[in-house]
Design a protein around this ligand. Structure first.
Ligand code: GTP
Ligand code: SPV
Ligand code: MN
Length: 737
């Protein structure tokens, strides 16, 4: 798709390169009166028509062009005080009027003159442009032309480099201080601390950091003014979930990072249609309660121009000042100082999980850190399963696995996030709110995940992976490639020989290096992956990296026990966040870094679906726990081959969903497969030690129950639902029987 428009794009570039955001050397502050239209906005209508691919012409021509006007304004806070308040009467960031918008900071105001951009958004963007002092505004339309122009501009500015061996693929190297999510600098900001922190919790912050909204605003009053000086502010209108689906939500992200724009264009659905949706909702007579209908996302790398220090790898970021903040009362996200992953692609963890979980709580649904897959058995019966594993614990791999078990088919709906809601018939329906995969690169290869390898063949942005001298990607797990390689460049830009790779303990790719690619390129996307009503979920799986003690699979006794299993999740730490070393961390529901609200209330919300006093009758999915990562304590080897062989476990789960009863036996921790119930045909079963995979040691589990009990008491305190406490006590009782 991208190449198809190449010729047209070149035409656009000839016409507009000098005008395009970022192609010019940054203007000194005193030159900024000359701020100008960016990108297409500077072309006249005829040029635009010529420049667009034929297939897009009709659509684009009918859409009015966003025009950016420069008006002189003697902006001061007083004159514009009313403007600080949005039409819902909600104040947004920096709305308290304390900021002195002096001539020096904002000599001019940028306005957007497009009737299609709703007033509420126009005002919002224009206000922010003044405060952030951006050089220009670029309102994105999500088109292929736009994508191509952005990528070309980034290549020109050496922000990314093309990979010669892969069609439309690029490599970005970050500042080595900006390589993962920063949980310690991530905050949910409310007025009442207990919206976020559990009451009576002896340990605060372990389930999410809280900050008072006023304190955040003070911090932002310091950080945000002038933060985009000399840079283009991109406006990204996007939808989480298929555009127009009743389960979807829309957002507007402002960012000064073109890398973020290009990545958001892969990960979310970027379109100017979003403006219409907001417009329609705004004028909807039924929306009289002042509901804010879009999520406001602000992102800046926090490196205004001129720079105060030299960039590393041409990757602007500001690690000393980094903060990722969420303000639920304004449905707003403000992310400062990091350009990486979940810190900057705000549709993902910030919107779809943290704010999503809050909206889900308020509106009666669930936003979860879960993959969604479809499994079809040899009898052609199809079921959908959602699974929550902590970051870097195998969601992407399970979501697009190639089953080794004959006759089974796996199809992918999503690999990281599920939004789930019970429908009017009481079935749990799930959508994947994302449109792309931001997947862990190391370990991905033709054996472990051939579907991912095919998905990343083209149109993919790689970050912090290695590069071969031939212009291809390299990471740990792709050793086979070394045969055809001369030399390599590691993720930090150092040259390596093949010998270095074999002998060094260092890694060529950063352990949290990622690929960012369109989901539609995955060869096994399920036909219903974009279905607006979502897919019906039969089973929910929890899991983690547990080297010891936790069996390959077990099933909960009932819904409440399943909720307790989710609350009890623990897993070895990974490189997806800033944690060091491999310790076993509590990670309830794989959501510990992503809860938007009080975990005790979150548990209550989950339990409420199983409440026998409910008027609506819900068909509750069965709940399971899996562990692909149990090791032999002596050799350190995994006891289970994992990846495609996990289909054998899914087969058992499938049969349990079909109510096959003689394949399960009861244990104190739940139901496990009976001996022989996991199909090991063709596995070389002499290497598979069923007994060790399913061993449930009373001592181990008593210690585990104790740890979980203490953890819940200490971290959830008075907000711990009594039902969860009872589940913990019953587990202990069963273990002692
Ligand atoms: P996030 O994107 O951070 O949320 O991660 P994820 O949960 O999608 O994890 P992913 O599937 O990317 O896997 C992370 C790492 O675990 C990769 O290096 C995989 O190779 C490895 N992995 C995935 N599945 C298995 C498995 O079944 N067995 C083993 N041993 N390793 C696995
Ligand atoms: C995770 O850490 O769970 C991820 C990667 O999916 S990030 O987008 O950086 O959050
Ligand atoms: Mn994830």
């Amino acid at each position: 798709m991208v190449t198809q428009v190449l010729e047209n794009v070149q035409l656009v570039r000839r016409l507009s390169c000098n005008e395009f955001a970022g192609c010019k050397t940054p203007l000194a502050p005193n030159q900024q009166q000359n701020r100008r239209l960016s990108c297409f906005n500077s072309l006249n209508a005829t040029q635009k028509t010529q420049a667009r691919p034929l297939t897009q012409q009709t659509k684009q021509l009918s859409a009015p062009v966003t025009k950016l006007n420069q008006v002189n304004s003697n902006n001061n806070t007083k004159n514009h005080d009313d403007k600080w308040i949005n039409t819902n009467g909600q104040r947004d960031c920096l709305s308290n009027g304390k900021i002195n918008l002096s001539e020096e900071i904002a000599p001019n105001k940028l306005t957007i003159d497009d009737p299609n951009v709703p007033k509420i958004i126009r005002d919002y963007i224009e206000r922010k442009a003044v405060i952030f002092n951006c050089k220009e505004i670029h309102v994105c339309d999500g088109s292929d032309n736009e994508r191509k122009m952005l990528l070309d501009m980034m290549v020109e500015k050496k922000i990314i480099s093309p990979l010669a061996k892969r069609k439309n693929c690029w490599l970005a190297r970050t500042d080595p201080r900006d390589v993962a999510r920063v949980e310690s600098k991530t905050y949910i900001c409310t007025r009442d601390k207990h919206d976020v922190v559990c009451r009576g919790a002896a340990k605060e912050g372990s389930l999410g950091n809280w900050m008072h909204v006023d304190e955040l605003d003070k911090r932002m009053e310091r950080l945000l003014p002038n933060c985009m000086a000399g840079r283009t502010m991109y406006v990204i209108p996007f939808s989480m979930g298929p555009i127009g689906s009743p389960l979807s939500k829309v957002g507007i992200q402002l960012t000064d990072s073109p890398y973020v724009v290009a990545s958001m264009m892969i990960m979310t659905r970027v379109s100017r249609q979003i403006f219409q949706i907001i417009n329609e909702r705004q004028s909807d007579k039924n929306n009289s309660n002042g509901e804010i209908d879009f999520v406001r996302c602000i992102h800046t790398v926090g490196c205004p121009l001129p720079l105060k220090r030299k960039l590393i790898n041409n990757w602007p970021c500001n690690p000393e000042e980094t903060i990722i903040s969420h303000i639920p009362e304004r449905r707003e996200i403000i992310s400062y100082g990091s350009g990486y992953g979940g810190n900057s692609l705000l549709g993902k963890k910030c919107f779809a999980l943290r704010l999503g979980s809050i909206m889900g709580h308020q509106e009666g649904w669930l936003a979860e850190h879960m993959l969604i897959l479809a499994i079809t058995n040899p009898q052609n019966v199809k079921r959908y399963i959602a699974a929550a594993f902590p970051s870097a614990c195998g969601k992407t791999n399970l979501a697009m696995m190639t089953p080794t078990l004959p006759g089974y088919k796996i199809e992918c709906v999503g690999d990281d996030i599920a939004w789930m809601r019970f429908d009017s018939e009481g079935r749990l329906r799930a959508i994947n709110p994302e449109a792309g995969f931001f997947g862990v690169a190391p370990g991905t290869n033709d054996q472990s995940n051939p579907n991912a390898m095919r998905t990343i063949e083209e149109n993919t942005i790689f970050t912090n992976v290695g590069e071969t001298s031939e212009g291809d990607i390299y990471w740990e797990g792709l050793e086979e490639k070394l045969r055809d390689v001369n030399t390599l460049i590691d993720w930090q830009g150092n040259q390596w020989t093949k010998g270095d790779v074999e002998s060094s303990k260092q890694k060529v790719a950063h352990p949290n290096s990622r690929f960012c690619c369109p989901a539609s390129q995955c060869p096994i996307m399920d036909s219903a992956w974009e279905s607006p009503e979502g897919v019906p979920i039969s089973a929910i799986i929890f899991g983690g990296r547990r080297p010891e003690g936790v069996p390959l699979v077990y099933e909960s006794r009932d819904w409440a026990h399943g909720v307790f299993m989710g609350a009890s999740m623990r897993s070895e730490s990974t490189a997806a966040a800033e944690h060091q070393g491999k310790t076993i961390m509590h990670d309830p529901f794989a959501m510990r870094p992503f809860f938007g609200y009080n975990f005790g209330k979150y548990l209550q919300h989950w339990l409420s679906f199983g409440d026998s006093k409910r008027e609506d009758k819900l068909s509750l999915p069965k709940i399971f726990h899996v562990n692909w990562f149990r090791r032999d304590p002596v050799s350190g080897q995994f006891l289970w081959p994992g990846f495609g062989e996990n289909s054998r476990v899914l087969d058992w789960i499938f049969r349990r969903c079909e109510n096959e009863s003689d394949c399960a036996q009861e244990t104190p921790i739940g139901f496990i497969p009976t001996e022989g119930a996991i199909n090991l045909d063709g596995l070389g079963s002499e290497n598979i030690e069923f007994d060790r995979l399913f061993e449930i040691s009373r001592d181990f589990w008593l210690a585990e129950q104790h740890t979980i009990h203490e953890y819940l008491e200490q971290n959830v305190g008075l907000d711990l639902p009594e039902e969860i406490r009872q589940q913990s006590d019953s587990l202990k009782k069963r273990l002692l029987e």
